[in-house]
Write a protein that binds this ligand. Structure first.
Ligand code: PMV
Length: 338
């Protein structure tokens, strides 16, 4: 271990699911109950550096400048054990991770965090993994992180094997960019941060397990996913944002309906969330191409086009309770920083 490079830094971008991941088929390997489909975003980025150091007596994590303890640290240590076992190394690690957006607020920080970590930690440990292997490793930290290894539109496979070796993400070829077709494509995402962007009440991992255990709507939600995945992939191939947007809204509402029907209920929406959804519907009735989706938090992410992104951002920024609006183009794959 001492002969190898022991330090590396990587950058990854968050992704927003258009067909959601909500539920696991295996807890230990963190395997999804169904596939999912997402868009990686340029504007939401995490930079992580990892240093394995034999002089350390435990793993250390600094998150946005603050030392982390408790759950976040023990979850990281358990994940680092997978990397250590694979690399045959016993040194503890010093991990420093910085997000340029609010952490743990339903803005997919764990996705970019574990994607950047997978790349930085394996490189620091002297491992050289394929993108598929990185996606599988990132998935062990967070299901959605498997998708942030790749840029643009990404599809996550459920897989059927017990060891999870066929449960990984792959980029979707969205065709050559045709800038002359700006009315329906290229796509953009506009994010309305609702409230102060503070930590969410129900972390997704616990919430999806609680939902699977107690919600009478969970089975119906799961049954909706395969058809939505195929339809979303077809819509991307056809560059049909209307169809893709309709599927995104339905998938998000179906996931949230299942969560809300949990006992006790899991409700991520705030009144401002509903106002944003209403505004998106009103924009659409005026011919603006805009479609909402929400994750394990109150924020509203709107799929739109380059042509309409500014109008969508302006309308969302006017809503009472929206503290910040972020416009984003599709983002790149995770990369090492020299
Ligand atoms: O990757 P996790 O465990 O944080 O779960 C992500 C869950 C959602 O964001 C709600 C949906 C998704 O597919 O990203």
């Amino acid at each position: 271990m001492t002969q190898r490079p022991m330090r590396a830094r990587a950058r990854a971008h968050a992704n927003i699911a258009l067909v959601k991941y909500w539920g696991k088929r295996d807890r230990e390997h963190n395997l999804p109950a169904e596939g999912s489909l997402s868009l990686t975003l340029q504007a939401l980025q995490t930079t992580t550096s990892v240093r394995f150091d034999p002089a350390l007596d435990s793993d250390r994590l600094t998150l946005d400048g603050t030392p982390a303890t408790g759950k976040a640290l023990s979850r990281l240590s358990a994940w680092l054990d997978i990397v250590r076992a694979r690399a045959g190394c016993s040194a503890f690690a010093d991990v420093v991770s910085d997000n340029d957006f609010p952490t743990a607020s339903g803005l997919a920080s764990s996705a970019s965090a574990y994607a950047a970590l997978a790349l930085a930690a394996t490189s620091a440990a002297g491992l050289s993994l394929t993108p598929t292997e990185l996606s599988i490793l990132a998935r062990r930290g967070s299901g959605s992180a498997a998708r942030s290894i790749f840029g643009g539109f990404v599809r996550m496979h459920r897989g059927t094997r017990e060891d999870g070796s066929d449960s990984y993400a792959q980029p979707i070829d969205a065709g050559e960019a045709d800038e002359s077709d700006e009315t329906t494509w290229p796509v953009r995402m506009v994010i309305a941060i609702v409230g102060d962007g503070g930590a969410k009440k129900h972390p997704s991992r616990d919430a999806m397990e609680h939902c699977a255990r107690t919600s009478p709507l969970y089975a119906g939600w799961l049954a909706s996913v395969p058809g939505d995945l195929q339809a979303a992939a077809d819509a991307i191939a056809a560059r049909d944002i209307r169809r893709l947007g309709d599927i995104s809204e339905s998938s998000a509402l179906c996931m949230h309906a299942a969560a809300m029907a949990s006992r006790p209920a899991i409700v991520y929406f705030r009144p401002t969330t509903m106002s944003c959804m209403e505004t998106v519907r009103a924009l659409r009735s005026r011919g603006v191409l805009a479609y909402y989706t929400m994750d394990a938090g109150p924020h509203v992410k709107v799929l739109t086009t380059k042509e309409h992104a500014r109008e969508v951002a302006t309308a969302l920024a006017r809503i009472d309770g929206v503290s910040r609006v972020i416009e984003s183009a599709p983002g790149p794959k995770a990369e090492l920083i020299p």
